[in-house]
Design a protein around this ligand. Structure first.
Ligand code: HEM
Length: 415
């Protein structure tokens, strides 16, 4: 795997974008995922700075507040579908941190429409229309083709309206990704066009929202299946939980940074991404010169996909690989070729720092503030959902109590 990541921009191997045409109707032809060579490098250089680890601090309070907001919307005693609830949080994070939308009709409309549009990709019946647009005959308002077309048109109109308004009123104080991209320039002084910005926003939304939500759903599942994992996490979070109930009003940006770096919390996130990597395989690499790899002679034009899942289950690296054991990440350091949930090389995930920041902070909010109970205790098997490895069927929880409430009641009972 290491070879794939260190040679994917050489005379032997490349990471072409044109082979990913399946996603073109969903993302647009300027999407980073569809670009190759020089064009890919240019666009990546423009996109990377807003996703740098340090920049994440600007989004900490926002992630914290949104996680609270969504969890509070769920009534006590009510059921909660893990992926659905986490997707609500990650969608709002992308809309606010990436698109820079906060309130108002456009935000509310886009939240609903984009969720509907993305759901189409995961539904086998309707995604066929997105990937094979020539099948999408509009047979009137009630036909699937008609609904999909209108959905795409309406979301695009709203996104373009936002880009144009923001370009006309550039605010240097804004820290959202769209604002940073509007001012970004390549070495020739060229910025991104409206079409490029639209396609990149869609790319960041599609690549970043369901992946992170699925990882969070898995993390919640493991934490609630394994009481000793949950206890260790709660003990690690206790210094923040006891003093402030983990509400953002009491916490500073540096508290959030410290929480996001907690060792056991990070080990739980890593183990979640190891055992069922949300992206099972990397994007394709293409052989450009005949090469021999692991005893295989590969012809020019062969496409190679690195299987992240198989590496994460190599017994010599991860003994008892089917067991969820966060401790592995505290006892050992893994190289980029051994632990690679975000791929590597020239296509390495640009949102990895944001995804890890979201995972650690959202889990802290959920665990630190609410007691959840798994409704069904039988093991959940992974299943392919769109391009991700997701829980087969959503994982259902019941919101049992607020932790502070729970602690106070306990204290009352023992007094
Ligand atoms: C747990 C969450 C996530 C996982 C597991 C994940 C995983 C991956 C993987 C495996 C790749 C392909 C790497 C390769 O081929 O070597 C990738 C690419 C990508 N990811 Fe992520 N990702 C996650 C979250 C995000 C987020 C939050 C964003 C942005 C908001 C994002 C944006 C992208 C983009 C734009 C690419 C394409 C990069 C390129 O073509 O150069 N991802 N991701």
């Amino acid at each position: 795997m290491q070879y794939l990541f260190t040679h994917d921009n050489t005379a032997e191997l490349t990471a072409p974008g044109e082979v990913n045409t399946l996603v073109k109707p969903l993302l647009g032809e300027n999407s980073l995922i569809l670009l190759s060579g020089k064009q890919h490098r240019r666009q990546r250089q423009l996109l990377l700075p807003p996703f740098h680890g340090e920049r994440m601090k600007a989004y900490g309070e926002l992630i914290w507040r949104i996680a609270h907001e969504v969890m509070q919307e769920i009534p006590m005693g009510a059921g909660l579908m893990a992926r659905e609830a986490m997707q609500k949080i990650t969608m709002r994070v992308i809309l606010q941190a990436v698109f820079g939308l906060h309130q108002g009709d456009r935000y509310r409309r886009l939240e609903v429409l984009l969720a509907e549009r993305l759901n189409l990709v995961s539904s086998p019946l309707t995604s066929i229309f997105i990937f094979f647009p020539w099948l999408m005959v509009d047979l009137g308002p009630q036909s699937i083709g008609g609904r999909v077309r209108r959905l795409v048109e309406e979301t695009d109109q709203l996104i373009y309206a936002e880009i144009q308004e923001r370009r006309a009123n550039l605010d240097p104080d804004r820290t959202d990704v769209l604002s940073l991209l509007l001012s970004a320039r390549d070495p020739q002084g060229e910025g991104l066009t409206d079409e490029e910005l639209h396609d990149e926003l869609m790319t960041l939304l599609v690549a970043g929202h369901e992946t992170t939500a699925t990882a969070l759903a898995w993390a919640l599942y493991w934490i609630h299946c394994l009481p000793e994992v949950q206890q260790k996490l709660l003990a690690e979070l206790a210094p923040w939980g006891h003093s402030s109930d983990l509400t953002s009003s009491d916490l500073t940006g540096s508290d959030l940074t410290m929480i996001s770096r907690l060792p056991y919390l990070n080990a739980v996130c890593n183990e979640t991404l190891r055992i069922y990597p949300v992206a099972m395989v990397t994007l394709p690499r293409r052989v450009e010169k005949p090469i021999s790899l692991l005893g295989y002679d590969l012809e020019v034009g062969s496409l190679l996909l690195g299987c992240i899942y198989l590496i994460h289950h190599r017994q010599e690296l991860y003994p008892d690989s089917k067991q969820f054991r966060p401790k592995r990440f505290l006892e050992q350091q893994f190289s980029p070729g051994e632990f690679l949930p975000f791929g590597g090389g020239v296509r390495r995930c640009i949102g990895s720092a944001l995804a890890m920041y979201e995972m650690t902070l959202i889990l802290s909010v959920v665990l630190g503030n609410y007691e959840l109970e798994l409704i069904e205790t039988k093991p959940v098997q992974p299943k392919r959902r769109g391009g991700t490895l997701a829980p087969g069927g959503d994982i259902r929880f019941r919101k049992v109590s607020n932790r502070l409430q729970f602690r106070q009641d306990k204290a009352w009972a023992t007094n």
